[in-house]
Ligand binder design. Structure first.
Ligand SMILES: NC(=O)c1ccc[n+]([C@@H]2O[C@H](COP(=O)([O-])OP(=O)(O)OC[C@H]3O[C@@H](n4cnc5c(N)ncnc54)[C@H](O)[C@@H]3O)[C@@H](O)[C@H]2O)c1
Length: 249
């Protein structure tokens, strides 16, 4: 696959290393201040964007103008999802986004949905989401915490909305966002009662899980048209493919 990397920071550099190890080619890199003219001289199969919340919408537009299939990992732009989805359909674009490309976080999402349904029978337990990230992170709460919160709310008869770092009433799910050192990303869903606490946690050890998932999303998307998420990829991806990718770490 010939890849256009958009955003050459921590994630962009890691995707470059792992994509080369998987036999892909980095055809072009766009970071802040780079001109898109250089993209037009290259053959590109897929673009992968790990830039910033404030630049991602312009980058999506630049890819759509060129009909380049695009995987977006950058977070903090999700109010625009309905508009982007409509553009994908109207303009026959190829688009994949996820707030978290880690396979482990996908498993946490499935557990979160099951637990939310189960806990509807036990109203004395109050759920909360905590996310911990490095001090350089620009958005809060994390995109993953928002996804987990929406999954929980959609399957709970107790919570109807979420709020950052506080809950204004019983129907509001609290998301606590903590920024500590160089933490890669930890997400905790907890249910607290007067007598005990239930917790499920995903803790990223390195950023490699996000990078591998984003490359897999590129492989999944490059010959498809439409709007895709992790749910679509996880239906198709084989455990053998995941095992092979993890074996390289
Ligand atoms: N979806 C996931 O699985 C996942 C995982 C990790 C991080 N992220 C998100 O990915 C994004 C990047 O994370 P990071 O840790 O690599 O951040 P980073 O700060 O290390 O890198 C961001 C890069 O984007 C560049 N940039 C700024 N403006 C740009 C523009 N207009 N065009 C192209 N590039 C531009 C910056 O110069 C920088 O090199 C963040 O939004 C983060 O929340 C998502």
């Amino acid at each position: 696959m010939d890849i256009l990397l958009i955003g050459y920071g921590k994630m962009g550099k890691m995707i470059e290393r792992l994509a080369l190890e998987k036999g892909h080619n980095i055809a072009c890199i766009i970071d802040k201040d780079d001109s898109w003219n250089k993209v037009d001289k290259k053959k590109i199969d897929v673009a992968i964007d790990f830039s910033t919340p404030s630049s991602v919408i312009n980058n999506i537009d630049s890819c759509f103008k060129r009909h380049i299939p695009l995987v977006v990992g950058a977070t903090g732009w999700y109010d625009n999802i309905p508009m982007i989805k409509q553009r994908v359909l109207d303009e026959k674009q190829s688009f994949f986004y996820s707030s978290n490309f880690s396979i482990g976080v996908y498993m946490l999402r499935m557990l979160n949905i099951s637990l939310a349904k189960m806990m509807n029978a036990y109203p004395s337990y109050n759920p909360k989401i905590t996310e911990i990230h490095h001090i350089h992170k620009l958005d809060a709460p994390s995109g993953t915490a928002i996804t987990l919160a929406n999954d929980l709310i959609n399957n709970s008869n107790k919570k109807t909305s979420w709020q950052l770092n506080q809950a204004k009433d019983e129907k509001t799910l609290e998301i606590d966002a903590k920024r500590i050192g160089e933490e890669c990303g930890t997400h905790i869903i907890s249910y607290d009662s007067p007598v005990d606490t239930i917790e499920i946690t995903h803790k990223a050890k390195t950023r490699e899980g996000f990078a591998l998932g984003a490359i897999m999303a590129g492989e999944f998307l490059c010959d498809k048209q439409g709007f895709y998420t992790m749910d679509d990829m996880m239906k198709e991806i084989s455990s053998e493919n995941i095992k092979k990718s993890y074996a390289k770490i």
